[in-house]
Write a protein that binds this ligand. Structure first.
Ligand code: NDP
Ligand code: 2IT
Length: 443
């Protein structure tokens, strides 16, 4: 059995009941074999044995008091996966589905993603099974303060720098940062995604969605095509989906559908993003409300967004939201490109369908890396105590996304798998981390 398959099998056995982590391992490890074959030092130094085991995992209790005076308790997590190339960096997710398996899959992916950005950041992820939906501002604040009361002792500007993810946006980051500052008696850049008034960076809010579209547009350009005039389906209607939609529209494409966890909206005229932003960002409402303003739009309860005909599909909601039959339907309807704004939104089988059908498929660790890359730019500005303009940060983001596309494309070609951006992203991300680990000895 090959080295990578052996590690895959052993790691799955050692970590039972972690299906999402197993899925990420299965997607990544076997694709590294060609690179490892030509670099035998990697196996001798036990790089993979070490890479699959988080350097540290913190799990803790988060007690807080709800508006009716009752004590509530949630689970808190921070998985500090790998610090070979920089301090642990990665978001915090607040969603009822959060468990160790989900945080480990996200943390493991983050190692490769962060390496691809070219910035000095290691991989980590955290979160809680807390559900911000339907909670008052005061309840969200109480939860965030309690969460940070424990987390603060494990993080630091040169140790671990959290940010947002599902269920964690500007409001939650603000409450957590306020509590950190109070406990640590220190004003620094320990979290990213901060408000512009207290150390946040321009473009961080937009970065993941914008970066996704910059990368997909670059890929289309290099194939003699572009996003202009394309019909695009975007899933989700949160941070990533909203700013991906905005960038597609700015570049002349037409987004005809968005979704949330209840259903999806189809507006053949093109989605009115201001209406969506008002519903989602201001009222924290449901996408169903879009129909009140646009009776011509069709709202469908449940799954089914991938049955809508499109040229480009951008899954931007959550893991495993696009399965094999969705992929077949997209291919049948003439979809030419898929860019993952979310982390691991396509199942292994769906990704296989895209590869076999010749659809240009860019996995999340490359396509959505603009968010964490801009977080790293926020860290730079905080350390230097300076502020770059919107245009400066936006240009840096564009350069980073073009570089990522070039490096995953070259790595795929070097591995003899031209156009396989899954293998390309995994190998390109792995190289730098493996080299750093080799140089640092057995730690
Ligand atoms: P948000 O919380 O802002 O939005 C999430 C969206 O996805 C909402 O529309 C939500 O619907 C939907 N969604 C969440 N969970 C589910 C589910 N289980 N089933 C169906 N729909 C669901 O999160 P983000 O936009 O920040 O994150 C979206 C994805 O992008 C995630 O995979 C995240 O890991 C990834 N990502 C985020 C980055 C960032 O900078 N924020 C960076 C890189 C990747 P509803 O409102 O009904 O819950
Ligand atoms: O999945 C991700 O890359 C994020 N949620 C963003 C992480 C970050 O540190 O900005």
């Amino acid at each position: 059995m090959s080295y990578t398959m052996n590690i895959l099998e052993q790691t799955i056995k050692k970590n039972p009941n972690e299906p999402e982590f197993h899925q990420a391992l299965t997607e990544i490890l076997p694709s590294l074999q060609p690179y490892i074959d030509s670099n035998p030092k990697i196996e001798r130094a036990g790089i993979l044995e070490r890479l699959v085991e988080p350097e540290r995992t913190v799990m803790f209790r988060v007690p807080w008091v709800d508006d009716s005076g009752r004590v509530q308790v949630n689970k808190g997590y921070r998985v500090q996966f790998n610090s070979a190339i920089g301090p642990y960096k990665g978001g915090l997710r607040f969603h009822p589905s959060v468990c160790l398996s989900i945080i480990k899959f996200l943390g493991f992916e983050q190692i490769f993603k962060n390496s691809l950005t070219g910035m000095p950041i290691g991989g980590g992820k955290g979160g809680s099974d807390f559900d911000p939906k339907g909670k008052s501002d005061r309840e969200v604040m109480a939860f965030c303060q309690s969460f940070m009361t424990e987390l603060h002792r494990h993080i630091g500007v040169d140790t671990d720098v959290p940010a947002g993810d599902i269920g964690v946006g500007g409001r939650e980051i603000g409450y957590m940062y306020g509590q950190y500052k109070r406990l640590a008696n220190c004003f620094n850049g320990v979290v990213t995604g901060k408000g512009l008034a207290y150390g946040g960076s321009f473009v961080r809010t937009e970065a993941t969605g914008y970066g996704l579209v910059y990368l997909i547009n670059e890929m289309l350009h290099q194939h003699g095509n572009s996003i202009e005039d394309k019909t695009v389906v975007v899933s989700g209607s949160g941070n990533v989906a909203i700013y991906a939609t905005q960038k597609v529209q700015q570049l002349g494409g037409r987004v005809v559908a968005l979704s949330d966890s209840n259903g999806f909206i189809y507006d053949p005229e093109g989605i009115d993003l201001d209406a969506v932003k008002e519903i989602k960002e201001v009222r924290r409402g449901r996408l169903l409300e879009y129909k009140e303003q646009y009776p011509g739009a069709v709202y469908t309860e449940g799954r089914g967004i991938w049955n809508i005909k499109c040229d480009v599909a951008l899954p931007c909601a959550t893991q495993n939201e696009l399965n094999e039959s969705d992929a077949r339907e997209l291919v049948k309807n003439g979809c030419i490109a898929v860019g993952e704004g979310a982390n691991m939104p396509s199942t292994l089988e769906a990704a296989e369908v895209f590869l076999k059908s010749g659809v240009w498929f860019v996995p999340g660790k490359a396509a959505n890396a603009g968010g964490v890359a801009t977080s790293a730019l926020e860290m730079c500005q905080n350390s230097a105590r300076i502020e770059w303009s919107f245009l400066e940060v936006d240009h840096k983001l564009q350069d980073i996304m073009v570089n990522i596309y070039n490096s995953i494309s070259e790595a795929a070609e070097e591995a003899g798998q031209k156009g396989n951006y899954i293998a390309g992203a995994n190998i390109a991300g792995f190289k730098k981390v493996a080299n750093a680990m080799l140089q640092q000895g057995v730690v």
